[in-house]
Design a protein around this ligand. Sequence first.
Ligand code: BJW
Ligand code: ZN
Length: 247
Amino acid sequence: MRQRESVVGIGGRIVVLTGAGISVESGLPSFRGAGGLWQGWRLEEVATPEGFARDPGLVQRFYDERRRQLLDPAIQPNAAHRALAELERCWPDPVLVVTQNIDDLHERAGTQGLIHMHGELLKARCGSCAGVASWRADLAIDHRCPSCGGTCSLRPHVVWFGELPLELDAIYKALESCALFVAIGTSGQVYPAAGFVEAVRAAGRAHTIELNLEPSAFSARFAEHRQGPAAELVPRFVAELLSGAGQ
Ligand code: BJW
Ligand code: ZN
């Protein structure tokens, strides 16, 4: 595998994997650790299809609360989201952001090449016809599906444990052909996202970097690590990349 001391001066496709840590400085909590979302909820109850089948009202309330928080005008993209959008605008080759996050902060910052592999909080999916629709209201009460007209079967358009993440073929294709893979603010505890760095390394041509507040479960798999808050690290990293682009 090609290793570099510095990323300055490289070109080629970039794939960025983001996790909950990139949105923390926007005011959204991460999942694990002190103050994380899982502290107040049992993940088997709110993040599995079995939990939803057992108590749909409870699961809907969990996501309703998070949707209301996301729609609060105080929640805005931070400097890390904006820097990634700038990278996409200015980098000479394709940049793909693969986010595990269900918030819409990357798109609000202007990122266009974006895959929400774990779904989107501002969409709902019909349990009968699988139709997906934009959704900003609470789901806790019965609704009619905009596609098939059925009632009571709408669920958040998110990927729970045991379900297949979205657009995996496109993700693996990009991972196998990238020159640089960057993971930002993710704990590396959830697969298949935690295994993306291995797929990149197996292809043998990309530099791999982790940007995180602290060492994570998969830090050792990356060629390079930078530690600190995303809203500081990411703009600095992007400026460094762009200063060397095309050299
Ligand atoms: C900062 C910061 C700051 C903080 N600046 N950084 C055994 C082995 C391997 C796999 C499995 C296994 N048993 C079961 C599985 C599979 C399972 C899995 O991985 N389980 C693990 C628990 C082991 N995975 C699945 O079921 C997935 N599906 C699947 O595998 O399908 C089969 C298949 C796949 C591929 C090919 C073939 C078949 C589905 C996983 C779905 C995950 N869903 C959730 C909920 C989604 C909706 C929602 O948001 O509610 O997704 S769980 C939750 O975790 C959410 C997140 O996207 C995901 C990852 O969390 P993330 O983003 O990493 O957040 P945190 O909180 O963990 O970490 C935050 C990080 O930020 C930390 O590192 C901080 O340090 C850092 N940080 N502040 C920078 N300011
Ligand atoms: Zn329907």
